[in-house]
Design a protein around this ligand. Sequence first.
Ligand code: 5GP
Length: 116
Amino acid sequence: MQDTIFHRIQRGEIPAQLVYEDAHLFAFRDIAPQAPVHVLFVPKRDYATLNDVPEEDAVVVGRLATAAARYAKAQGFAEDGYRIVMNCNGDGGQTVFQIHLHLLAGAPLGRFGTPG
Ligand code: 5GP
């Protein structure tokens, strides 16, 4: 799998605003936020896209979602609500090929997925 900008952030080679890290994943603010809160949750296990995650590693994806929910609760916006998104490949708008989960919050987010 290719080295990505997220691997470089994980190694501390480029700066990022880290908000969470544990043995399995790390999370940092998106450089181009699409909502008042926009945090990326990235596993420490490498998969280029969601298509590459085998069933036996479903926990890798599950941990991203539960870490996002914990963060939302800790930051006090869980009850107001939030959105989690994983983009996959071209039509999904994926630009960094190490799987990651977007957490978007801080305002009503409207609908999504309308063809441009
Ligand atoms: P994707 O489009 O692959 O689902 O999401 C990649 C995300 O990574 C984008 O929202 C983009 O703004 C963010 N991103 C790309 N490069 C950097 C960077 O160097 N630092 C941070 N913090 N975010 C980045």
